[in-house]
Design a protein around this ligand. Structure first.
Ligand SMILES: [Zn+2]
Length: 345
């Protein structure tokens, strides 16, 4: 008796058809819902004699599977036919697509890369999670040198016996310079843009990460004059042809001699204003001649080659160009702020 019913339902299900999604749903309810035909069979199943339960059970399962497959197939057919519906009006005006904007740091980074690319510098890239060897040791930071405190960062793994094996978030992109120098012989002329990390309290003027662009040029007979001329050309392209530069002596472990570079304040033209703290100058980058120790550590003969390096913070240059008062705004993802740069290329 129950087997006849199963056969009858199977025949019905194999021939199901439907003309709308409502009809398909009605069929699903009729056969597969809790109050449907197949659930009713399950109730009858209790009365099947024990020695036939296995045979009948298998058949009910097959029936249920067939119903699921058939109804899914109807759904698919229906969706496909809906997609090819010719009643769609292809001439209708589309909804306007909202164009995104470039992030101000990307705009300025690209501008810096453009200027140095035109002077023959090529892009170099490296990992943000680095070892101590490339971030500090090869950059002439001795293991116990206090200069390491200038760049406190975040440690991922600390080695018990060998400080050069510590894994950390890079505190400057100089690690990329180290990686290029150890695999390439001069002439080397690269710029390394990228994100760097420092263990700093987050305020309007400092963050635990920021962006740098560093440059490195190594060849025979490279002098401080070359460095000064390249940086003057950069400053004039970036901030206007009347921009003046001045170099002040400074200290970095990886350069000797080292300098900080100021540009004439482009807001007051050097007259003195609140922005430049009435000095007429604003600091934009650090630079110097590559310390011979760095060249030797990276496998370059310092008796034959010399070079210069410089590094600037992209946030700092962006602040100078757009007077963004709070550094934190760059990473808050507030679209009201980001949309201010809509027209900037
Ligand atoms: Zn000024």
């Amino acid at each position: 008796m129950i087997l006849d019913k199963i056969e009858q339902l199977l025949a019905e299900i194999q021939n199901l058809s439907a003309g709308s999604s409502e009809e398909i749903e009605a069929l699903r309810l009729k056969y597969l819902s809790k109050k449907g035909e197949i659930s009713a069979l399950m109730a009858d199943f209790r009365n099947v004699p024990a020695d036939r339960k296995k045979e009948v059970g298998v058949k009910i399962n097959q029936l249920k599977q067939t119903a699921i497959e058939r109804i899914n197939a109807l759904k698919e057919q229906f969706e496909e036919s809906e997609n090819t519906d010719e009643s769609i009006d292809l001439t209708r005006t589309p909804y306007p697509v909202q164009l995104g904007t470039r992030h101000p740091l990307t705009i300025v980074k690209n501008e810096i890369i453009d200027i140095f690319s035109r002077m023959g510098f090529i892009l170099a890239d490296g990992p943000e999670v680095e070892d101590d060897l490339h971030v500090f040791t090869k950059m002439n930071f001795a293991a116990d040198h206090p200069a390491r405190d200038m760049q406190d960062t975040f440690f991922v793994e600390q080695s018990a016996d060998d400080v050069t094996k510590n894994i950390l978030l890079r505190s400057h992109t100089s690690s990329v310079q180290a990686r290029v120098m150890e695999t390439t012989q001069p002439p080397i002329r690269i710029i390394c843009p990228g994100r760097v990390y420092r263990n700093e309290a987050i305020t309007a003027r400092a963050h635990c990460f920021f962006h740098q662009v560093e440059g490195l040029y190594i060849d025979k007979n490279v002098s401080f004059t070359d460095l000064k001329q390249v940086l003057l050309s950069f400053a004039r392209e970036m901030f206007g042809p009347d921009t003046k530069i001045r170099l002040r002596p400074s200290y970095f472990p990886f350069t000797e001699p080292s300098a900080e570079m100021d540009i004439s304040c482009h807001i007051c033209g050097g007259e003195g204003c609140g922005f430049c703290k009435h000095t007429g100058w604003v600091e934009i980058l650090g630079c110097g001649m590559v310390d011979p120790n760095v060249l030797e550590q990276c496998g370059i003969d310092s008796k034959i080659y010399s070079g210069y390096a410089f590094g600037m913070g992209v946030e700092r240059i962006t602040n100078l160009k757009y007077q963004v008062s709070d550094l934190r705004m760059f990473s808050e993802n507030d679209t009201r702020f980001l949309r201010e740069f809509e027209s900037a290329d």
